[in-house]
Ligand binder design. Sequence first.
Ligand SMILES: O=P(O)(O)OC[C@H]1O[C@H](O[C@H]2O[C@H](CO)[C@@H](O)[C@H](O)[C@H]2O)[C@H](O)[C@@H](O)[C@@H]1O
Length: 299
Amino acid sequence: MTTLPAPAPRTPAGGAGLAALITAPGTALVALDYDGTLSPIVSRPSDAVPVPGALDALRALAGRVGTCAIITGRPVDVVLELTGLGARGAGAAGGGSGKNAAAGNGAAPEALTNLTVLGQYGLQRWDGATGITTSPEPLPGVASVRALLPEVLRDAPPGVTVEDKVQALVVHVRRAADPDAALGALAPALRRLAEDHGLEAAPGKKVLELRPPHHDKGRALRELVEERAARSILVAGDDLGDLPAFDAVERLRSAGIAGLTVCSDGPEVPAVLRDRADLVVDGPTGVVALLRVLTNRLR
Ligand SMILES: O=P(O)(O)OC[C@H]1O[C@H](O[C@H]2O[C@H](CO)[C@@H](O)[C@H](O)[C@H]2O)[C@H](O)[C@@H](O)[C@@H]1O
């Protein structure tokens, strides 16, 4: 068995996080973002399936660490559908039942019992151990924003679309002729709309999300770390929504929990995220390579 070289974080704290994960994997928590980290960024959210090998790599690593999590802005049911990870038992064999089955990603032959999916920035939760999803009622403001959005977007250019996540609404501009101009023109009215109805407007890659306040990936991560009594964490992400998770890693370090932050790099990755990361890898394929190396080191 060849031992692959360990990745080299560029910060001492990141190096300590990696060392802790490798030394005591049973108390490690590996938390991955979905879009841009397990799946490439594509123009239609419904087409975003994991890169080839991602699920096998996740499965192999999950067998060797205490906890794996996908912490995402996506609804839980969408992630389970796109990955096939929600399929259980024999029904999941031979490629899974979700969209990923068509992508030939070789999905779960059985449920991943130590995988937790925290969706909508921690509002929703699904556990592989139980197959149960918990999801609160949407804030009343979401219905108001949903009703008013068509009027606010009346003069939006072609290609601007709305993703309705039940708990939140996302305005996508990627398919507009000039996405940045479209977002710039729409953002002030969208921000007012969100504010007027008790939501917050959070920017992302060619999107503005109108979503409940006080829920972010930092809070989601901290709560999971506490629940699992994790002693080391790896967090990987690619967008502004992942910054609170990076912040959480820093705060947890000062409480004695080792951490490694990973940037899944690409053309749209915000510089602030890349600059903050202990380790930068080349997009979702780089994330898969990292998961494989970690698994190899944990054999
Ligand atoms: O936390 P994440 O898993 O990264 O989810 C954040 C948002 O990602 C999705 O939008 C992004 O990916 C799309 C598909 O590749 C892309 O078309 C879009 O431009 C990106 O911003 C998703 O649609 C949102 O609901 C998520 O909140």
